[in-house]
Design a protein around this ligand. Structure first.
Ligand code: AMP
Length: 420
């Protein structure tokens, strides 16, 4: 049989890499805790309507990229392409907005989009994101962006840029769409093929088309011109707040994000080390989404998601980092196969005391065991032979100096614990 392979656009995260993932996740958890966010975990699979009713029918995630299928019961289900819609579904389903006026959540995990795999574009990728429900205040936008900055700093990322824009409210959005369509319609022939289609269905996406010709045609367009006075005031307060807290940003008049649900503040973080797919993450306000998805009352909300693969790519682009010191287990050796059960028992005792231990479980010469202990970076080897077992003692070998001394189990434990 030909060996099986992972599907294109999906990847195994091998142990060496998984360490970097764990570090990113731990650092993120610490930041979220500092800001008072709680974890929420939603299923990877949802009724397709969770996404089709929220992201917008013309959104490319829905039209082209969603893993959509009928399950055995004939239901239309989808693998989640993003996190927000599921979290909103959970908020409504469990009435979380009724039990607490303010909810701050974070989540992490796999997302699925049937995109053409390329650098920075996977079919299964991973996001860490946050969502805040119950605050319409511009100060909440500012605090959320402070959290995002802190997260990127904790991860050791530099050189990133925060791009910021306002899309106004729902009514403004309709005006913006018309404004963009009316401006570009006379030049439709000069647009790329995709954008000619977008002109009908989703004209806002033309603003972030990467084709040189389309970019030129969009140069003079600023969506902010169509934004109403209260939304403009909200945005001015956000900008003032960011300036006061030294969160650097650039206003980008063409930043629209791909999904229908965004209102008011929208943002994206880009990094020069990523190449064509240069977004590390993005998000914005979505004040109408809870109502739109069936909530009984409107709940103002804001959130963002960051792509973990892209964070790792950006960190790599800054050059190799010295590897984190690996855990150094205590090696427990058995002189002959008769002492293997004792080695296993001693290793368990060490682990109960919170000390990482590796027990030799194979019948092999002591010399080979010591080689293995060195290659694992063990600081100590505890060697058990027939005499040691009988005397309830253990031979403690310092792997750095090569010195060895017979000691009581209690003394040996104290010694390795002290040097752990
Ligand atoms: P989006 O929901 O499209 O704004 O995505 C948020 C972030 O998730 C992006 O900025 C990327 O970092 C990451 N991301 C989105 N799609 C992919 C993908 N297909 N492969 C890898 N990362 C992705």
């Amino acid at each position: 049989m030909t060996p099986l392979k992972a599907l294109g656009g999906t990847s195994d995260i091998l142990p060496e890499e998984a360490q970097a993932w764990q570090q990113l996740e731990e650092k993120a958890r610490r930041v979220f805790q500092l800001y008072g966010y709680q974890e929420i975990r939603t299923p990877l699979i949802e009724e397709a309507a969770v996404f089709t009713s929220s992201l917008g029918e013309a959104a490319e995630i829905v039209t082209k990229q969603m893993y959509l299928f009928e399950d055995r019961g004939g239901r239309s289900v989808a693998l989640r392409p993003e996190g927000t819609a599921s979290v909103v579904r959970a908020l409504i389903e469990h009435g979380l907005d009724k039990t607490s006026p303010l909810n701050r959540f974070y989540y992490g995990g796999a997302m699925f989009r049937a995109e053409r795999p390329q650098k920075g574009r996977r079919r299964q990728f991973h996001q860490i994101g946050v969502e805040v429900f119950g605050s319409a205040s511009p100060h909440q936008d500012v605090e959320l962006l402070c959290l995002l900055k802190r997260l990127l700093e904790e991860w050791g990322l530099s050189g990133w840029k925060l791009k910021l824009n306002s899309l106004g409210c729902r009514e403004d959005r309709a005006k913006i769409v018309e404004h963009v369509r009316a401006t570009l319609a006379p030049q439709a022939a000069k647009l790329c093929e995709d954008c000619r289609q977008r002109l009908e269905k989703n004209p806002l996406r033309i603003l972030d088309c990467k084709e040189e010709g389309c970019r030129k045609l969009c140069e003079g367009i600023d969506v902010y011109e169509a934004v109403c006075a209260p939304c403009k005031e909200h945005f001015e307060q956000v900008k003032r707040g960011l300036e006061a807290l030294a969160v650097p940003f650039d206003r980008d008049p063409h930043l629209v994000r791909g999904l229908d649900y965004y209102t008011r503040t929208a943002f994206e973080v880009v990094h020069p080390g990523l190449g064509a797919q240069d977004a590390l993450g993005g998000g914005g306000r979505y004040d109408d989404l809870v109502k739109l998805m069936g909530g009984s009352t409107p709940v103002p909300a804001i959130g963002f998601a960051v792509g973990i693969e892209r964070v790792l790519m950006a960190l790599e682009s800054a050059g190799p980092k010295p590897p984190e010191p690996a855990a150094r287990p205590v090696y427990v050796a058995a002189v002959s196969s008769a002492e293997i059960p004792n080695a296993l028992e001693l290793a368990e005792q060490l682990r109960r005391a919170g000390i990482a231990a590796f027990a030799n479980l194979e019948e092999r010469p002591l010399g080979r065991q010591m080689k293995q202990a060195s290659s694992m970076g063990a600081r100590f080897a505890l060697i058990l032979g027939a005499d040691e077992v009988k005397e309830k003692m253990v031979m403690v070998k310092d792997m750095q100096t090569g010195e060895q001394k017979k000691e009581s189990l209690a003394d040996a434990l104290r010694k390795v614990n002290h040097n752990a």
